[in-house]
Design a protein around this ligand. Structure first.
Ligand SMILES: C[S@@+](CC[C@H](N)C(=O)[O-])C[C@H]1O[C@@H](n2cnc3c(N)ncnc32)[C@H](O)[C@@H]1O
Length: 248
């Protein structure tokens, strides 16, 4: 369990949908970033380790990494070049790649000590290519660190959602809140590399967040958890950090 005594907020991650990342001032580190940093610390890496952040948006996690490990070699990947322009302007010394994690890039194979993917796998109906490519981008012995919503029951959920006003206007339906079960993620890992080790860590919010808007997450009591994550779809997924270690 990762219990962060100083967790004050999910930060800007408490929104749902990618467009919120544009047009926003830089925010303080998001709370799950701190949990992921704590997990990377446990790997005892060389301080000049290499990291690829898949779905880096405007680079706020890379800025957090740079603050903690100034010598880390950082690369950000995102499918949206406008987000990467913002990232390049705000994170010095990082490389950026416009591209999709769903398309294998041979130039990235075996290159990184750590590949992070936060808030990304729930975008895809089938996260298999994203997980396979991310693992192939690690060095042998490297780790993929995924922050995602998941389900400890053996049920997968594919979601399309829309704000009512917007859907009346243009009927555009959003993605990004799929819930793949731990059982499915483990099947994917087994298919991608049966020798890869798997570690699941709970993301724990130690205090409540109030409801602000339907496209922001907040917290509610569920069973023993006083601060379970809930979203505007009235979904209460488990928030977990999944570490996959590539065999050496
Ligand atoms: C919910 S945001 C999460 C941003 C950031 N990782 C964080 O946790 O703050 C998802 C990000 O994934 C990016 N993305 C969506 N599809 C992608 C793909 N196929 N390959 C790479 N990035 C993608 C989006 O542009 C967006 O920046």
């Amino acid at each position: 369990m990762v219990a962060m005594a100083d967790i004050a907020d999910y930060g800007e991650n408490s929104r749902l949908g990618d467009e919120v990342y544009l047009g926003e001032p830089p925010a303080p580190p998001k709370e799950y970033y701190k949990a992921v940093v704590g997990i990377i610390e446990s790997f005892c890496l060389d301080p000049a380790f290499s990291l690829l952040d898949v779905g880096c948006a405007t680079g706020s996690f890379l800025a957090t990494i740079n603050g903690r490990w100034p010598r880390a070699r950082m690369t950000g990947m995102d499918i949206h070049s406008d987000l990467l322009e913002r990232a390049a302007a705000s994170v010095a010394g990082a490389d950026f790649i416009t591209g999709s994690v769903l398309a294998a890039d041979p130039a990235l194979r075996d290159r990184f000590d750590v590949v992070t993917m936060m808030g990304v796998v729930s975008i895809f109906d089938d996260p298999t290519p994203a997980i396979a490519n991310a693992l192939s981008y690690t060095k042998p012995g490297g780790r993929v660190v995924i922050f995602t919503q998941t389900n400890d029951l053996p049920v997968d959920v594919l979601v399309r959602f829309a704000l009512v006003e917007e859907s009346e206007r243009d009927k555009s339906w959003r993605t990004g809140l799929n819930v793949h079960s731990i059982a499915t993620f483990e099947r994917i890992r087994e298919a991608v590399d049966p020798r890869a080790k798997s570690l699941w860590v709970d993301f724990v919010m130690p205090f409540p967040l109030d409801y602000k808007a339907p496209l922001r997450a907040w917290t509610t009591r569920v069973g023993d958890d006083p601060h379970a994550h809930i979203n505007g779809l009235r979904m209460v997924p488990l928030m977990k950090i999944w570490v996959i270690e590539r065999p050496s």
